[in-house]
Design a protein around this ligand. Structure first.
Ligand code: ITT
Length: 191
């Protein structure tokens, strides 16, 4: 089976993506003895996904892909968006990020939002992007204990439970990441 590096330090992303990619062996930056954080300085998720993949491709000359994702809240002008990991503080802190979102939306009736993922794949030196998004709304308090990140405050459209109340399989049927990953898988299957 061909190796491909998933350029992420987020184990939760690995767990979700591993369920969907069957024909490639996923390796991690740690398997390459790479433990640094890659700076995410672009102002779009597409730009940041490119930064992560190109960094590893240029350093190790290995086929790889990365996932940059964000939660975009309409009443907050799209925030936290590309800053989702570091919304409340320079060091990524999920508790603080969720508290800040809930505080900023206090008393707000319009709570529509969407998650978006952009995957940047570099294989044989060629770059491709795969996107996925899911619409929904922000709760007024945390619900559920599964998943990660903003999952406890996001209810996808057409459902009455949050991502954090869903099993991995349920989230993987509808999530931004699974939609983008499925497009990646279809592309890789032609390789
Ligand atoms: P890598 O860059 O190392 O992949 P990261 O956690 O920093 O990991 P991002 O830069 O894509 O990932 O930051 C996105 C943040 O948005 C992430 O830290 C989560 O808090 C949140 N997020 C992303 N996907 C999510 C999901 O499926 N459910 C809930 N929150 C999510």
């Amino acid at each position: 089976m061909r190796n491909i590096c998933f350029v992420t330090g987020n184990q939760n992303k690995v767990i979700e993506v591993k369920k969907l990619i069957k024909n490639f062996k996923l390796i991690s930056p740690k398997d390459l003895n790479f433990y640094d954080e890659i700076p995410e300085t672009e102002n779009t998720i597409k730009g940041n996904s490119f930064l992560k993949s190109s960094f590893i491709y240029n350093k190790f000359n290995i086929d790889c892909f990365s996932d940059d994702s964000g939660l975009f809240i309409n009443a907050l002008g799209g925030e936290p968006g590309v800053k989702s990991a570091r919304y409340a503080s320079e060091i990524s802190d999920t508790e603080k990020n969720i508290n800040l979102v809930l505080r900023n939306l206090r008393g707000e009736e319009s709570r529509s939002a969407y998650f978006e993922t952009c995957i940047c794949l570099i294989i044989d030196g060629n770059i491709s992007y795969f996107q996925g998004s899911v619409k929904g709304k922000i709760t007024t308090k945390r619900v559920g204990s599964r998943g990660f990140g903003y999952d406890p405050i996001f209810i996808p459209k057409g459902y009455d439970k949050s991502f954090a109340q869903m099993s991995l399989e349920e989230k993987n049927q509808i999530s931004h990441r699974s939609i983008a990953t499925q497009k990646l898988v279809n592309f890789l299957n032609q390789k």
